[in-house]
Design a protein around this ligand. Structure first.
Ligand code: SF4
Length: 56
């Protein structure tokens, strides 16, 4: 049974993240932090979810 309450305001396909609802493409958190590792971001690949937690 899936007990994960996906936040439908945060769609996400990163199923390697501990916060991902595995049976649907949503994040389980109430809010996430988004940032960048670039000094001058130009494309979406420059942007990161800083709430990502690797599955152990
Ligand atoms: S924390 Fe970020 S990467 Fe992880 S499921 Fe939520 S939105 Fe996706």
């Amino acid at each position: 049974m899936d007990n994960c309450k996906g936040n439908h305001c945060i769609q996400c396909t990163v199923d390697k993240c501990k916060n991902h609802c595995q049976t649907s493409d949503y994040c389980s958190l109430d809010k996430v932090s988004i940032g960048t590792h670039e000094s001058d971001p130009k494309v979406c690949q420059c942007v990161d979810c800083e709430s990502f937690v690797a599955k152990s």
